[in-house]
Design a protein. Structure first.
Length: 568
């Protein structure tokens, strides 16, 4: 009789577990099954655990909106705990060395359970310190529903390793969204005789050079600058550009089929795929790369682009643009409203700024092609310490936090009624901050007396919300940003995402050994070419030889061999 009762209990438990797991297929678990497992979960359903849980989590702490105690006592982390009954035990690292710190923690076995804000997981896979999360997505109903709804399978295939699994839960977008572009002082351009709104329809980086020559000529003639001054001094290229040329060379590089600036990181030396030849090659020693550095150098050589762009702090570039010393600067969708306000505070309303669809090169492609972005790793330590059953519970919390609409809105906007509410504009319901609030992270400016919800409470931070549907990811877009995206659709194209060669652990280790010094060499030469320290024509062969001496050809061959092997 005892055996029969035990079997009956097992059947009941199995049925309850099946019902709960069905949430991963987008079905809501019923109340009985929720009670049986001790927590609620499901697509479109709030995760809540009856028994309080504490999960450790890493945090990339940006100095320009550093974490405050109020985030824990009355802000985002308290909100998450109030909703879910999960306490987040936060380990904070400065964003400047976040990757190095989490790498050390993973390798030493002291990592947090949840590791967000990871752009590439490749270096962590071989050591076994992170979980193959693809084994657990069947327990993640919100993740699974998004994958199915927007056909994300081919996108996820690009991050699978040689074992067929992926180790990072990426932010997933319904459609690729270009974030970074350039802003100009439209009033100055107009006064110099340039209609920027017409020019941007089909301009190139070469024609922008000629336009800036004319703008500077006007500014010198009218006493707005001296001949020796630069009228472009950019940000996100110096200290935050990681010595790679950052955002600007990424944008320009994409226009010339080259991985440069921020885009070269994790590329094994600028490796791209030639769709015509059906093979991989190094874009860093291509003719397109020579075009890229030649055009970039022309800005510096002709006194337009400040060479300090590639070494200075971002606030230096901001101050030059806000004060009118420069008339062109990079921006992005979360920063552009602040940039406009920054100019107007110093120069007044007559100083008109315009956010452009940035120029093309040999193509009109946007720099962003992937629908995936940074994401979340889960440490092997979590699985070891929690055990399988409680680990699945952790994954369901992660599913809610990073893939549910509810958590996305909470992390981005804060609680409805506290910081925001719906408003009807032109017959549509949109999210609006309540009076007295602003948010630099959402590009929503306000008065000096308004409370910035990111600074005070940690909403709209970069750690915990990314991806989602186009409606959600654009729900904070100002009319200026909405207009920009409409123009992207008219004037730019989206490139096909390159396939990925998936190395084994040994192959990856070999590629990393070759790629690390090679990329350092490419970045050093790139900046020397751009700033004129090296002559592009005279020193080109020496540059190519230096890359070949650092195994660029071996990287290309091994990458093609790996790809051929996996596609037999």
């Amino acid at each position: 009789m005892k055996k029969i009762v035990t079997a009956g209990v097992a059947i009941v438990c199995a049925a309850a577990l099946f019902t709960a797991c069905s949430g991963s297929k987008g079905k809501k678990a019923d109340g009985a099954s929720d009670k049986a497992v001790g927590y609620t979960f499901g697509e479109g359903k709030t995760f809540h655990t009856d028994e309080k849980e504490t999960y450790s989590i890493s945090f990339s702490d940006a100095s320009w909106y550093a974490m405050q105690d109020t985030w824990k006592t009355e802000g985002i982390f308290k909100d998450i705990e109030d909703v879910t009954n999960v306490h987040l035990d936060i380990t904070s690292y400065d964003s400047g060395d976040y990757n190095q710190k989490i790498n050390l923690a993973i390798n030493s076995g002291s990592s947090t359970y949840i590791i967000p804000k990871v752009y590439s997981e490749d270096q962590y896979v071989a050591g076994g310190g992170v979980v193959a999360v693809s084994d657990y997505t069947k327990y993640m109903p919100n993740f699974t529903a998004f994958v199915n709804k927007y056909n994300m399978g081919p996108d996820l295939d690009t991050i699978r390793q040689s074992d067929g699994k992926f180790y990072r839960l990426p932010g997933m977008h319904q459609a690729a969204l270009q974030d970074y572009t350039i802003m100009v002082r439209e009033d100055i351009f107009e006064a110099a005789g340039y209609n920027i709104r017409e020019l941007e329809k089909d301009w190139t980086w070469e024609s922008l050079h000629d336009i800036l020559v004319g703008v500077k000529k006007y500014m010198v003639a009218n006493g707005l600058c001296k001949e020796s001054d630069y009228i472009w001094s950019d940000l996100w290229c110096g200290e935050s550009g990681k010595g790679q040329g950052g955002n600007l060379l990424k944008l320009m590089g994409a226009s010339y089929n080259v991985l440069s600036g921020w885009a070269i990181e994790g590329s094994n030396g600028g490796i791209k795929y030639d769709w015509n030849k059906k093979e991989f090659y190094s874009s860093s020693i291509s003719d397109d790369f020579k075009k890229l550095v030649t055009v970039a150098n022309s800005y510096v050589k002709d006194g337009l682009l400040d060479p300090e762009t590639f070494t200075q702090a971002d606030d230096v570039a901001h101050n030059k643009f806000y004060s009118g010393k420069t008339v062109i600067m990079s921006t992005n969708r979360s920063q552009m409203a602040n940039d406009i306000v920054g100019v107007q505070k110093i120069l007044g309303d007559k100083a008109k700024c315009y956010v452009t669809a940035y120029p093309s090169g040999t193509n009109k492609n946007l720099a962003e092609t992937s629908r995936l972005e940074c994401g979340v790793m889960i440490s092997k330590k979590a699985l070891d310490e929690l055990g399988e059953e409680k680990f699945i519970k952790l994954m369901r919390f992660v599913d809610w936090m990073f893939y549910s609409e509810e958590a996305y809105t909470l992390c981005k906007w804060g609680p409805r009624g506290k910081t925001w509410d719906y408003a009807t504009v032109d017959g549509k319901q949109i999210k609006k901050l309540l009076p007295g609030f602003k948010c630099g992270g959402l590009g929503l400016s306000g008065s000096d007396d308004d409370v910035d919800i990111r600074l005070k409470w940690g909403y709209a931070g970069g750690n915990y919300f990314y991806g989602h549907s186009t409606a959600e990811s654009t729900d904070a877009f100002t009319p200026e940003v909405q207009d920009l995206y409409a123009r992207y659709g008219k004037y730019k194209t989206v490139a096909t995402v390159d396939p990925k060669a998936k190395p084994t652990e040994d192959e990856r280790e070999q590629l990393n050994l070759w790629a690390t010094p090679l990329i350092d060499n490419i970045n050093a030469w790139t900046l020397k070419f751009v700033t004129g320290q090296k002559d592009i024509n005279k020193d080109w062969d020496e540059y190519v030889s230096s890359c070949k001496n650092l195994n660029v050809d071996k990287i290309v061959k091994l990458t093609n061999d790996i790809y051929a092997k996996q596609n037999k």
